[in-house]
Design a binder for this molecule. Structure first.
Ligand code: CP
Length: 306
């Protein structure tokens, strides 16, 4: 079923491979509901989290996912490593492989770093976010969360609002949702809409009111303030006025629409707190589902390497 020992992006996956990961994650969600949440399949294996950018959710849930599967998990701290003495990424990665790691989970500000590592290492590489390219496990946990609420993905209308140009979450979700048959709308100011986005099979909107009308799922995205996104906007206040998800705007979507956000949120910029903490929000459920989905990814890739 799954041929690659790496997970570099959703772009490379077939619909069957995506569904296989989601189905495997369902089994692990049941495991996580038990009193004893630990299972043995990765006993003797080592997972190294190599994060060159900050993270709360992804790093913590990969740590918990590895531990729940009985792997040894090492969180590599870039700031106290030989990287600060000038060691290259290639030498750091080769060193981690030589120390006996079976998986490297890598987050980096530059697009393509996981792909580069996959060419020089024999061990499994998992992309935990590379620049503005992809964040595959975020999209998988989003798909899992949508499927568990809506019982299907095919035929749903999903509105993605925000910084489409700089968002790796948007790209991975667009690949995943369209492969599984959802209708995807992307909504943002023209300055944050990448040229040629319509070639990915999405409908483009610049009005939030039109874009979220009758949507089944509304996915708000974080403004990537660390990627100089402020230069593309008059001000954050103006952005909220035109594109912020408020309770009033949410009424335009279907009554049972769910509200998602990958986190971390800029409250009062992309989303009003009333919506983020409201009854239609599944934002914290996304976080919880991340553990089961990352367990599924580690488990499946370990099977390919055997
Ligand atoms: N969604 C996400 O990637 O969150 P973190 O940056 O906290 O990992």
């Amino acid at each position: 079923m799954f041929k690659s020992k790496n997970l570099l992006g959703i772009k490379d996956l077939t619909p069957n491979e995506i569904n296989f990961i989601l189905d495997t994650a369902s089994g692990f969600k049941d495991v996580l509901a038990r009193d004893i949440k630990k299972v043995p399949p990765l006993r003797g294996k080592t997972v190294v989290n190599l994060f060159f950018e900050p993270s709360t959710r992804t790093r913590t849930s990969f740590t918990l996912a590895g531990k729940r599967l009985s792997a040894d998990v090492v969180n590599f701290s870039v700031n106290t490593s030989s990287v600060v003495k000038g060691e290259t990424l290639k030498d750091t990665a080769l060193t981690i492989q030589s120390l006996g790691a079976d998986f490297i989970v890598i987050r980096h500000a530059s697009s393509g770093v996981p792909h580069f590592l996959s060419k020089i290492l024999n061990i499994s590489i998992i992309n935990a976010g590379d620049g503005a390219n992809e964040h595959p496990t975020q999209a998988l946990l989003d798909l899992f969360t949508i499927r568990s609420h809506k019982k299907k993905i095919n035929g749903l209308t999903v509105a993605i609002i925000g910084d489409i140009a700089h968002s790796r979450v948007a790209k991975s979700n667009i690949y995943g949702l369209t492969k599984l048959g959802a209708k995807v709308r992307v909504i943002c100011p023209p300055t944050l809409m990448p040229a040629g986005i319509d070639k990915l099979g999405v409908d483009v909107f610049h009005s939030i009111e039109q874009g979220i009308k009758n949507a089944d799922v509304i996915m708000t995205l974080r403004l990537q303030l660390e990627r100089q996104v402020k230069g593309f906007l008059p001000s954050l206040e103006e952005y909220f006025k035109l594109y912020g998800l408020t309770a009033e705007r949410l009424k335009l979507a279907r009554d049972n629409a769910i509200v998602m956000h990958p986190g971390p949120m800029n409250r009062g910029v992309e989303i009003d707190s009333e919506v983020a903490d409201g009854p239609q929000s599944v934002i914290l459920e996304q976080v919880t589902n991340g553990i089961a989905v990352r367990m599924a990814v580690l488990y499946i890739l370990a099977g390919v390497r055997r």
